[in-house]
Each structure stands twice: as structure tokens, then as C-alpha cells.
Design a protein around this ligand. Structure first.
Ligand code: GH3
Ligand code: MG
Ligand code: MG
Ligand code: MG
Length: 442
């Protein structure tokens, strides 16, 4: 982060400079506004200008105006540094065009605040706007009014073209003229966007029109426009509305990403990355229904490490965890894409394998057992016991209700667990198998 710091008070300047440098910022400090402006005019690169309120040679507001007039200065964040914490000063500074107002009295907050500010700014600047406007002159005027925001503006002439571009490219905002030539008016384009089934349905739309008719405005808003503005556009108003809408879209996307991540984490076992039991509850019954529908067998296995407690006792819990991770990977290497591999409990894994008859299932279980027995896990010689339940549905075509499928799955798991218990009782490091030909009763 490159900072230009302007403060007449040498002692205060040194404090701020030191704090920012400690955070890795490159700081150029000046005592006079003119010196800083000269440096900027000479091509000094800066990500942010930090200015204190009272300078000997000019007011902060005047400096701000001069910065804005420089090439590239329109999008440069200018932050007012003040000791006055009053909300009224903050508001008037923001109204005056300062990007942010930061407190001198909380110096340790300065660098984090600046970083957050720059990140927000950078995100906004990478925004892409689709401008749908049939008048070239109007489009040029709008693009020019948006230029200070540093966003990318793409202009298309009519609604069909806009829909095409939305398919091809990610945008953060659509600005749409209400009256458009061709088969798709502004209203039609808005409806087309809002009726989509994907995330684009929520894309912010700013409608604008030369006719400030109440009915038209209400209709656009009713159909889902996020905002409305009248032509000829006022630059400040347009920029403020556009910035708000882009920010809203970015927040929405952030929430969506976090939601997807949480949803993923909820069905994933953190240690091994395998599916967990929630995922088994979600997907398992589908395997049952499909097997029944197709009259195809479904194999359920329960695999459990032998004497795993001793690993923890003798080598520590971390080594135990490493064993589980390696075991998970070895099992993962052995399953087909259509199979489901779940960490069922501590050192217990459940497998759902569609379309495996009894013979194939027995062979497969035996191979899994061997793969563990023949090669150490985390440097330790260990063995695996496996209980196998092969379910052959009674007849194809009978589609079970979801609750029925879940009940059958539970019964198959119980049966596989019984087989596992038998394998343990018979000396471990072995597989035990049972075939079920009916709808199992629990
Ligand atoms: P058996 O051959 O009868 O299966 O004996 P076992 O020792 O493998 O079975 P037991 O159920 O007695 O012990 C399982 C152990 O697994 C006890 C528990 O502390 C350990 N365990 C469960 N989850 C984890 C885990 O996430 N990490 C580690 N390191 N150990 C775990
Ligand atoms: Mg028009
Ligand atoms: Mg065990
Ligand atoms: Mg166990």
C-alpha cells in the first residue's frame, strides 16, 4: 500500500508514518499540501492520500479538489485524518467528497481501516456495468458520468443483445433504458432477468428513463428494478446509486459464497474430507430408491479398524488422526465415482456401492481389507474388519417413499454392522457377508 501523508505537525506525522510503515505500507510524508500535489503531478504513485484537517497552505477540502483535478485523481481515495470525533464533521467531510474520515485518537486502528477501505475500493473498481441504451449520445454521457468510479462500462443497444452478453460474461449491474427499440423493451429485459432460475435473477438493475412518469417508474420498481433514475442523469446521483447497487451485489455474492461453504462443511468430515453422516442421510436413501426402481443390488459395507484404540494409546492422538487420514485416502482410491464413502464414526467407515452382486461385493470387500493389511498406515501395521450387507430388492419398479427408503437404509446399515461384529468376534482382519432378498424389517 502506497500512502501519501500530509500533516503540518511533524510529531503527529512521524507517529502515523511509523504506524503505517510497521504494517508494511510505503509512506511519503509532507508538511504542505502543495508539496504533495506537486509530487502527485510529477507522477508519484499512491493508493491513498491521508490528509489532516488544517494545513498551513490550504484547507483539506481545497486539497481534495486539487487531487480530484489531477489525472487519475478522480478515483484516488482521499481520507481525512482528524482528532474531532463528531458525527457532524464526519458527515460534512463525506458530503464534501472525502472517501473516509479516520480518527487520530485510535492510531492502532489506522492501518487496518485503511486496508479495509482499499480492499472495498479495489473491489468496486473491478465492477462491470452493462449499459443498455439505444441513444449513442445518452450512452456516452452516462459512461462519462460513471468514469470517476473507475468501473468498466460496456454499452449495448438493445435488450436482446443485453441478454446475450449476460450469458457470456459476469456483470455487477445492469443500467437499462426503459424505452428500447426491438422486441425487448426495458421492462421486458427486466422481466427476463428476474425470471431466471440462477443467481442472475438477483442481479441489480438500475432503470432510467427520460420520462419521469410516475406510472412507468412504479411499474419498473414493481417488476423488480432495484432503483430508478431520471434522464438527463445527474452525475453525483448516478454514481451514488450505482455504487450502492454494486456494493449490494457484492455483499449478496459474499453471503452466497459463505452459504455454499457452510453447506459444504456441514456434510464433510473435517479430518478426512470424506462425506459425513449428514450427507449419508441426504444421499443414502436415493441409492436405495434407485436400486429398488432398477431392481439392482445395493451393497452396504461397514469397515472398522482393528484395535485402533491402541494406536492412540501407544502413539498418541495425532498419529491416530494421521492413520485415519491415510486410511480414508486408501479407501477413496478403491471406490468408483458412483459409490458413496462416508466417515461413519471415529474409525468406522460406511460404503454404499450400487449394482454389486454378492460375489462382486465379497471380492471388493476382500480387496479393501487386503489393501489395508498389506501396507502400513502412517507407518503402523494395521488391519480392517468389514461387515457387508448385499441387498437384492424384491422386484423392480416399486419406488419407495423417501421415509421408506431412509428406513431401509438404516436396516441395511444395522445388518452390515452385525456382520462387522461377527468379523470382529471371529478374530478381526476379515470380511463377513450377508445377502438380503426382502424389504428388511427394522
Ligand atoms: P476393535 O478392533 O474392536 O474395533 O477395537 P478398537 O480399539 O478399534 O475400537 P474401540 O471402539 O474400542 O476404539 C476406537 C477408538 O477410536 C477410541 C477412540 O478414542 C478412537 N477415535 C475415535 N475417533 C477418533 C479420531 O478422530 N482420532 C483419533 N486419533 N482417534 C479416534
Ligand atoms: Mg431509449
Ligand atoms: Mg475399531
Ligand atoms: Mg469402532
Amino acid at each position: 500500500m502506497r500512502v501519501i501523508l500530509i500533516d503540518a505537525n511533524a510529531a503527529a506525522r512521524a507517529v502515523v508514518e511509523g504506524l503505517l510503515q510497521a504494517e508494511g505500507a510505503h509512506v511519503r510524508a509532507f508538511g504542505l499540501g502543495q508539496q504533495a500535489l506537486q509530487a502527485l503531478a510529477d507522477g508519484e504513485r499512491a493508493d491513498v492520500v491521508l490528509v489532516s484537517r488544517h494545513l498551513p497552505d490550504m484547507g483539506a477540502l481545497e486539497l481534495l479538489r486539487c487531487v480530484r483535478a489531477l489525472p487519475g485523481g478522480a478515483v484516488l481515495p482521499v481520507v481525512l485524518l482528524t482528532g474531532d470525533a463528531s458525527e457532524s464533521l464526519r458527515l460534512s467531510a463525506l458530503e464534501g467528497g472525502f472517501t473516509e474520515v479516520l480518527q487520530r485518537s485510535t492510531p492502532d486502528q489506522l492501518a487496518p481501516h485503511l486496508c479495509a477501505l482499499l480492499q472495498r475500493q479495489a473491489k468496486l473498481q473491478r465492477a462491470r456495468i452493462l449499459l443498455v441504451e439505444d441513444s449513442a449520445a445518452m450512452a456516452a454521457a452516462t459512461a462519462e458520468a460513471l468514469a470517476p468510479l473507475g468501473m468498466e462500462v460496456e454499452h449495448v443497444l438493445h435488450g436482446q443483445q443485453a441478454l446475450q452478453r449476460l450469458e457470456q460474461q459476469a456483470f455487477d449491474l445492469v443500467i437499462v433504458d426503459v424505452v428500447l427499440p426491438g422486441s425487448l423493451t426495458g421492462l421486458g429485459l427486466l422481466s427476463a432477468i428476474r425470471s431466471r432460475r440462477d443467481d442472475l435473477a438477483e442481479l441489480p438493475v438500475l432503470a432510467y428513463s427520460g420520462y419521469d412518469e410516475r406510472a412507468r417508474r412504479v411499474e419498473m420498481l414493481r417488476r423488480g428494478a432495484n432503483d430508478y433514475i431520471t434522464k438527463p442523469v445527474d452525475g453525483d446521483e448516478l454514481r451514488a446509486r450505482v455504487t450502492n447497487l454494486v456494493r449490494y451485489w457484492r455483499l449478496l455474492q459474499q453471503v452466497r459464497q459463505q452459504h455454499a461453504l457452510l453447506a459444504q462443511q456441514a456434510v464433510t468430515d473435517a479430518l478426512t474430507g470424506l462425506h459425513n453422516r449428514h450427507q449419508l442421510d441426504e444421499w443414502g436413501p436415493r441409492h436405495v430408491r434407485r436400486a429398488w426402481r432398477d431392481g439392482q443390488p445395493l451393497t452396504v459395507m461397514m469397515a472398522d479398524l482393528d484395535h485402533f484404540k491402541e494406536v492412540n494409546d501407544q502413539h498418541g492422538h495425532d498419529r491416530g488422526d494421521q492413520v485415519l487420514r491415510e486410511l480414508a485416502q486408501r479407501l477413496r482410491d478403491q471406490v468408483r465415482p458412483e459409490d458413496m464413502l462416508v466417515r461413519y464414526g471415529g474409525e468406522e467407515f460406511a460404503l454404499l456401492l450400487p449394482r454389486l452382486g454378492a460375489q462382486a461385493a465379497a471380492k471388493h470387500a476382500e480387496r479393501l481389507r487386503q489393501r489395508v493389511a498389506e501396507q502400513p498406515l502412517a507407518g503402523l501395521a494395521l488391519t480392517l474388519s468389514i461387515g457387508v450387507c448385499v441387498w437384492q430388492p424384491p422386484a423392480p419398479g416399486t419406488v419407495a417413499l423417501p421415509e421408506e427408503a431412509a428406513r431401509i437404509l438404516r436396516a441395511l446399515l444395522v445388518q452390515a454392522d452385525r456382520c462387522l461384529y461377527r468379523a470382529k468376534a471371529a478374530g478381526r482382519n476379515r470380511c463377513e457377508l450377508e445377502v438380503l432378498r426382502a424389504v428388511p424389517a427394522l
